[in-house]
Design a protein around this ligand. Structure first.
Ligand SMILES: Cc1cc2nc3c(=O)[nH]c(=O)nc-3n(C[C@H](O)[C@H](O)[C@H](O)COP(=O)(O)O)c2cc1C
Length: 202
């Protein structure tokens, strides 16, 4: 699928209405990470997906996030290191079982929240990293792949994060798993907006 190039800096961006995007959002679903198989996006497609994911709102234009790509033998090596960590955990069977979500999908994109010193509140920088994850899931899905945003224990385990080389102050916003899925995902329960929406009255 062809992704148009980015507009030139300063170019007016008119007419963004898109019935296709609305229809996509009305039906979009994540795929089960354990059901993802090859093929995964090509290197060129992954470049496009990351470019789209990086177009998120970002207070101060400071890019408070970065990407780490896990695939092939490198991902296998990471999983092997995680298996050793899982065995040492008190919840070892559960922690080991959870590794299937990292082992099975052909591609994992680690989205790392990487805050920048300055006057932009940390919370806003972290929300921007979350927006990157959500946009990456949507872009990969729109490109015809299955995708799922997962954290799990290894997103919070200091030893696992050290293996990936996270610096002090950095946090894992999530692993976005991407691949092909044979079976379409089924719709899940959705929130009852009448319990979540209200008018504020002074
Ligand atoms: C920050 C974050 C972390 C998540 N971590 C996990 C996880 O560790 N394990 C899991 O099964 N689902 C996790 N999920 C949920 C999956 O992304 C889930 O499949 C998704 O919310 C399904 O909803 P959707 O089809 O509307 O996208 C996480 C979601 C978010 C936003």
């Amino acid at each position: 699928m062809t992704v148009p190039p980015a507009p030139a800096f300063g170019e007016p961006i008119a007419d963004q209405a898109s019935a296709e995007v609305l229809a996509f959002l009305a039906r979009r679903r994540s795929a089960s990470a354990m059901a993802l198989t090859g093929p995964s996006p090509s290197s060129a497609e992954l470049d496009d997906l990351l470019r789209l994911a990086a177009r998120v709102p970002d207070h101060g234009k400071i890019n408070p996030w970065r990407f780490l790509i896990l695939r092939g033998a490198a991902k296998d090596a990471f999983v092997a290191r995680l298996e050793a960590l899982a065995q040492a955990r008190p919840d070892s069977p559960k922690a080991t079982a959870a590794l299937g979500k990292m082992r099975i999908p052909p591609l994992a994109v680690a989205v790392i929240s990487s805050p920048v010193e300055g006057n932009i509140p940390l919370w806003e920088q972290q929300m921007s990293a979350g927006a990157v994850c959500a946009t990456l899931v949507m872009a990969a899905t729109a490109m015809g792949y299955g995708a799922n945003w997962i954290t799990d224990w290894y997103a919070f385990d200091d030893k696992a994060l050290a293996i990936l080389g996270l610096a002090p102050g950095e946090q894992m916003a999530g692993f976005v798993y991407i691949g092909s899925h044979g079976e379409p995902p089924q719709e899940r329960v959705r929130p009852d907006l009448s319990t979540l929406v209200s008018d504020w009255n002074p």
